[in-house]
Design a protein around this ligand. Structure first.
Ligand code: WTA
Length: 662
């Protein structure tokens, strides 16, 4: 492979040739050894999905009290799973592996920003988790309380999550790329009692004063009694007497014994805020037994995982659902050894990932298409310098992967021998829903293929809700599954309205458009709502708009997601300035800064178009569809409902002028 890897033209030709290949069958040597290689599994699951999921749950988890019930669907869409079962998530992830004699197994090969290496075993993780669980109890955190977690990718993030799970506290992790203001909002909505954070976080050689930033925002939150600070970088940080404590100190003082308390299967495990159609984020609530069943089963069978021999690497951040399910709960429930990666992919150098595969002997890599596109740009000669022969399976998640990137991943990273599983799912689904099974499914580059056994998906006609056998429509999930969200935290009505109002309370509206081909394969196209996917990060246009209009010189703003070669989608903002403010570069920077402070740097608009006015319907609704057309240089769609058709002509002039400046 390395030969082709270094010759750009030959590789390009090879990929062009491969674009003609419709299907990639699982390699015979993979299929022969796969955990699942018999397609009968699909029929078995479809015949009785509830019984099938119940069997998976008992196969993969050791319940303290085994459930006698599968699904309770007496009050749709508020479904319950395994309701009379009792289980503790942290005991499933830690204690049972240590008890089985695997305490010495590495849970995480951690790779720090500055190239530091630290191996954390299951026994060590259990010890830290017990201590921190006791420390939380000592601080007055009780079962059912919410604990915020705002941390970089350090092993303590798993400790903090599992310590909450151990005592029945509900964790609410906020991605480290969000600003302190976003953290405050999420703590306020969820009435968090404690927040776990760090003194500082490193990024590409710089250190951000996280605790100081948190302090600037966190005043006056009545419910927040404690801030636990992990000394991650050792920088000085402000500590408020009576509220703030150091993690290391409270853990050292805590009792090392902490029996895990069996929880009701439906006890809340975590809340994770995600973006929806409106500016206010949705608190997706997941519970214990069903969620663990879903993530353990999908992690085991989608990735054909062998805990004794595999080295698993999910290159996501714990702050998003992919990290919750496939860095923490899935892999730990299965007793896997994982790589935990703190840094950026190009720091300290652009081959850092491949060096890590080589050094850790990683066998499975699960990454986002945006990362793959970045590696493509850097060139195949970089991975070619490293030994990637340990890899046996590759995964993709977070956004549609274009066939060319799929093929590059397959050839350059996978050496042409590794199956690729393109996995479609969401924060709401908890675990993977549509995916190939690597020992069974023939894959097509760009398609997530078919639903996981026990999952029922359809593409339906937007108006009638009737399934479309072949063609485009809305993606729906037609039956409850164990790891589904249970509600939006404290917003039951919004939960029903958002997901279950379009075609009834038994059909979950995904919010994605998709196409089904002649073989019944699913091709996910993208969001139908005002959610933008930037580098696999989910953002709502309304959220970004409200950050932009917070700038003192802005009168109005409309944000759209524009196709982008690198990031999948990029934020493009149409901005109307207040009074007689004139556009300027300083203003442009000021608006981006405002978005960084209110949401996070990753949400900053890539492009700002100054607009005298915005296209609106007669009832005053902004027509984002037209803005998308104009931003991407397409012919304008239907303009008959516009209140003032001249607005579009003005905007076209503005866009043309923008072109001149470049
Ligand atoms: C998109 C991330 C195409 C989709 C796990 C979904 C995908 C949203 C894929 C959820 C995929 C995720 N192919 N699109 N394999 N995976 N998406 O909640 O639009 O951050 O609705 O969960 O990402 O994003 P979320």
């Amino acid at each position: 492979m390395s030969e082709m890897g270094t010759d750009g033209a030959a590789l390009e030709q090879e990929l062009e040739r491969m674009l003609e290949i419709e299907k990639f069958e699982p390699p015979a040597e993979f299929r022969e050894r796969a955990l699942w290689s018999d397609p009968a599994i699909y029929e078995e699951a479809a015949a009785d999905p509830v019984a099938w999921w119940t069997a998976r749950s008992k196969e993969l988890l050791d319940w303290d009290v085994e459930p006698t019930q599968g699904l309770d669907d007496s009050n749709p869409p508020f479904y319950k799973w395994f309701e009379d079962g009792r289980i503790n998530a942290s005991a499933q992830c830690l204690d049972r592996h240590v008890a089985a004699g695997n305490g010495g197994r590495v849970a995480y090969h951690w790779r720090g920003e500055e190239g530091e290496r630290r191996d954390v075993t299951y026994a060590e993780l259990l010890d830290s988790t017990r201590r921190f669980a006791n420390a939380l109890k000592d601080l007055g955190v009780e079962k059912g309380d919410v604990v915020g977690i705002y941390l970089p990718m350090i092993p303590e993030v798993a400790v903090a999550m599992l310590a909450c799970a151990r005592i029945g506290a509900i964790h609410n992790v906020v991605f480290g790329g969000f600003s302190a203001e976003s953290v405050r909002e999420r703590m306020e909505f969820s009435e968090a009692k404690a927040l776990v954070t760090v003194d500082g976080a490193r990024r590409k050689g710089k250190t951000a004063p996280i605790k100081q930033q948190v302090d600037e925002e966190m005043g006056g939150l009545g419910s927040l009694k404690t801030i636990v600070v992990i000394r991650s970088t050792g920088i000085e940080c402000p500590m408020t007497e009576g509220r703030d404590v150091f993690f290391e100190e409270i853990c050292a003082a805590a009792d090392p014994e902490c029996p895990a308390e069996p929880m009701e299967a439906e006890h809340p495990l975590f809340i994770l805020y995600t973006s929806g159609s409106t500016a206010s984020p949705k608190g997706i609530l997941h519970t214990t037994g069903g969620y663990l069943t879903g993530v353990a089963a999908t992690h085991r069978y989608v990735f054909d995982l062998r805990p004794e021999t595999d080295v698993w690497w999910c290159a996501a951040d714990v702050g998003w659902v992919t990290g919750h399910s496939y860095i923490v709960y899935g892999p730990l429930a299965n007793g896997a050894t994982s790589v935990m990666w703190e840094g950026a992919p190009d720091y300290p150098h652009k081959g850092a990932w491949w060096e890590t595969v080589q050094d850790t002997g990683a066998t499975i890599l699960y990454a986002a298409p945006t990362a793959i596109r970045t590696f493509i740009k850097w060139g195949a000669d970089i991975p070619a310098k490293y030994d990637l022969s340990s890899l046996r399976l590759l995964g993709s998640v977070g956004e549609p992967i274009n066939p060319k990137a799929w093929l590059w991943y397959h050839q350059v990273i996978g050496g042409g021998r590794c199956p690729i599983v393109d996995t479609w799912w969401q924060t709401e689904t908890g675990g993977i829903m549509i995916t190939p099974l690597p020992g069974i499914t023939a894959t097509k580059p760009g398609s997530a293929t078919t639903p996981f056994p026990g999952v029922s998906a359809e593409v339906v006609d937007e108006r009638t809700g009737e399934p479309v056998a072949e063609g485009q429509g809305l993606l729906m999930l037609e039956k409850p599954w164990p790891s589904m969200l249970r509600t939006l935290y404290k917003e039951d009505d919004r939960f029903v309205e958002t997901y279950f109002s379009k075609f009834g309370e038994e059909r979950y509206l995904v919010g994605d458009a998709a196409r089904r081909d002649k073989d019944g394969y699913f091709w996910v196209i993208g969001r139908i709502d005002d959610v933008v996917n930037v580098s696999g990060h989910r953002l709502s246009t309304a959220e970004v708009e409200s950050a932009i209009v917070a700038h003192e010189n802005v009168a109005e703003a409309a944000v759209i997601g524009q196709s982008d070669e690198d990031t999948g989608q990029a934020i493009c903002a149409f901005v109307t300035l207040a009074g007689d403010t004139a556009p300027s570069e300083g203003l442009d920077a000021g608006i981006r800064e405002e978005v960084a402070a209110r949401i996070g740097k990753f949400a900053r608009p890539k492009r700002i178009v100054w607009a005298d006015d915005l296209p609106k319907t007669r009832s005053g609704k902004i027509m984002r569809r037209l803005l998308r057309d104009i931003a991407e240089g397409r012919a304008l769609g239907d303009v008959t409902t516009l209140r003032d058709p001249d607005v579009m002509a003005e905007l076209e002039k503005q866009i043309a002028a923008e072109g001149d400046e470049d």
